[in-house]
Ligand binder design. Structure first.
Ligand code: FES
Length: 112
């Protein structure tokens, strides 16, 4: 089983975490199941950027992002070449090192 390492993030996982994950699961779900509360304002429907993650290692093992994901990522704070939306990126067979960006931009207004 691939191991997903989340680098320390001040609020969401100050110590960082190393998690055994199943292939085919989204990175976001693995985080949420392990107590790392990455925001997901659009409920994982690829319509916000709050689940933006940067894949520091293992990026190439992931299936490529589709056009919709790329369009959303363009709006993300701190976009990098190895950025993905956590709710869209499916874990493959390789280990990953994932950074949770310090900020995210919530473009979905949750009150409406
Ligand atoms: S939770 Fe909104 S795009 Fe992933």
């Amino acid at each position: 089983m691939p191991q997903i390492v989340f680098l320390p993030h001040e609020e969401l996982c100050p110590e960082g975490a190393a998690i055994e994950a199943k292939s085919g699961e989204t990175i976001l779900n693995v985080a949420l199941q392990n107590g790392i509360s990455i925001p997901h304002a659009c409920e994982k429907s690829c319509a916000c950027t709050t689940c933006h993650l940067v894949i520091r290692e293992g990026f190439d093992s992931l299936e490529e992002s589709d056009e919709l994901e790329d369009d959303m990522l363009d709006k993300a704070w701190g976009l990098e070449p190895e950025s993905r939306l956590g709710c869209q990126a499916l874990i493959a067979d390789e280990d990953l090192i994932v950074e949770i960006p310090k900020y995210n931009l919530n473009i979905v207004n949750e009150d409406h």
